[in-house]
Ligand binder design. Structure first.
Ligand SMILES: [Zn+2]
Length: 130
């Protein structure tokens, strides 16, 4: 799947080559760039070695283009929201965890939630609808 990912605020493209790029802020205020996989369910994170992340810590994710805070307030404050666009131009909301080490991703299709990752039940139980 060759999805594109855009910021819900500025619609700037967050995917460059094989990474989806975020600006991140740690609880102490330190900032750095995170490169995530565009493949849903792949939780590999690339970053500079000096930007250390600790499991369980909440990082705030920002759009690297317009600097909007991507926190998905309408769903859960531990999740960040971006938009995916598939090859047919169909758009879906994607929610990813801002908690370091937590493996969950959600794809919102209208009222249905597709859940991915070992920790997927942390936010949406079976059959959750909005
Ligand atoms: Zn933006």
């Amino acid at each position: 799947m060759k999805n594109d990912y855009v910021c819900p605020f500025c619609r700037g493209h967050l995917k460059v080559k094989n990474s989806v790029i975020f600006s991140a802020r740690k609880p102490g205020g330190e900032r750095g760039l995170l490169l995530l996989s565009p493949e849903i369910g792949n939780y590999a994170v690339r970053k500079h070695r000096t930007f250390e992340l600790n499991d369980g810590e909440k990082t705030d994710l920002y759009c690297p283009i317009c600097h909007a805070n991507l926190m998905a307030q309408n769903y859960n404050n531990n999740l960040a929201r971006i938009i995916s666009i598939d090859e047919y131009g169909e758009e879906n909301v994607i929610l990813i965890s801002e908690i370091v080490g937590e493996r969950c991703t959600y794809v919102i299709h209208g009222k249905k939630v597709e859940k991915y990752g070992d920790d997927a039940t942390n936010y949406f139980g079976a059959g959750t609808e909005f």
